[in-house]
Design a protein around this ligand. Structure first.
Ligand SMILES: NC(=O)c1ccc[n+]([C@@H]2O[C@H](COP(=O)([O-])OP(=O)(O)OC[C@H]3O[C@@H](n4cnc5c(N)ncnc54)[C@H](OP(=O)(O)O)[C@@H]3O)[C@@H](O)[C@H]2O)c1
Length: 268
């Protein structure tokens, strides 16, 4: 039975992934979070689950993370932030702990042969090759800069993982804007070609498919999630444009405005 680890299960994507996996008798689940209370609030089904173990600790706790990742075949890394906070290092910090843990496990299993888990990293269409190549340059810069500190964190994490654990199979899940909506069906697209919006439920199912797709191996790729339904656009148009893209750009160019814009709720 494969073991799937979920990091960031208190978050919207991570809790959706966990909820999809819990009813499955064919997988064992290991969930890592920093607060048990928040975790059980996000996924109450975990309390009675027979096929799941929880690990509570900081993202910097290498020993705890190593215990969580021992025997894992897949890691869903849904840790991250939607806030364009200057100096964001959430995924870099997680990657550092992951790399230290996986190196320790590799040493531990050196005699018997170590097979590293596949890491499915929740990234974004904004760091994917298709978006860079097909979006008009100015539009691309404007949207990228609205989340500059978030995307830079991802890009630095990819470079770090590539340098420290080049033997780790990596899939960069690269969805478009995420919205709270029903699952409407999706297809995976190479090179991060994603629909503008995607529901969190479809993203969770897509991240699982990335490691279970019998027709294609997505390792080493940055698959996009193309929604087959019509996920809500109102968040994109009403929320993301005035309340995210413009203030996000302001923060990128003038980082000292972050606290003020957050205080007056112009950014997350
Ligand atoms: N929003 C979009 O439109 C969009 C589009 C494409 C890609 N993305 C990517 O999706 C990711 C966000 O996913 P989401 O919306 O599911 O996130 P979310 O609901 O905000 O959840 C984030 C998760 O990360 C954990 N986390 C954050 N900072 C942490 C820290 N310093 N230490 C420990 N844990 C920490 C949170 O734990 P706690 O609950 O303990 O805080 C939570 O489990 C980002 O990387 C973003 O770039 C977003």
């Amino acid at each position: 039975m494969p073991t799937y680890a979920v990091l960031g299960a208190t978050g919207t994507t991570g809790s959706e992934i966990t909820r999809l996996l819990l009813p499955r008798p064919d997988v064992h689940i290991k969930v890592y979070a920093r607060s048990r209370e928040k975790l059980l609030n996000a996924v109450p089904e975990l309390e009675a689950a027979k096929n799941a173990q929880t690990f509570i600790g900081l993202l910097s706790d290498v020993a705890n993370m190593t215990a969580c990742l021992r025997d894992a075949n897949v890691i869903f890394m849904a840790v991250g932030t939607n806030s364009n906070k200057p100096g964001t290092r959430v995924t870099q910090d997680t990657s550092e702990t992951l790399a230290a843990s996986l190196k320790a496990l590799r040493l531990e299993k050196a005699a018997t042969g170590y097979r590293p888990p596949t890491l499915v990293f929740l990234a974004s269409a904004m760091t994917a090759s298709w978006t860079r190549e097909h979006q008009p340059w100015l539009a691309n810069r404007f949207v990228y800069n609205a989340g500059y500190f978030i995307y830079s964190d991802h890009v630095a994490s990819f470079a770090y993982l590539d340098k420290e654990v080049p033997w780790l199979p990596l899939i960069k899940a690269s969805p478009g804007a995420l919205v709270e909506d029903v699952a409407s069906g999706f297809r995976l697209e190479p090179h991060g070609r994603s629909s503008e919006t995607c529901s969190y439920k479809d993203l969770a199912a897509a991240m699982i498919l990335m490691v279970e797709d019998g027709e294609r191996d997505w390792v080493g790729m940055d698959p996009g999630v193309f929604s087959l339904g019509k996920p809500r656009r109102d968040l994109l148009v009403l929320d993301k444009l005035p309340f995210h893209l413009i203030p996000g750009n302001v923060v990128t160019w003038l980082p000292w405005t972050y606290r003020l814009l957050r205080k007056i709720r112009l950014i997350q």
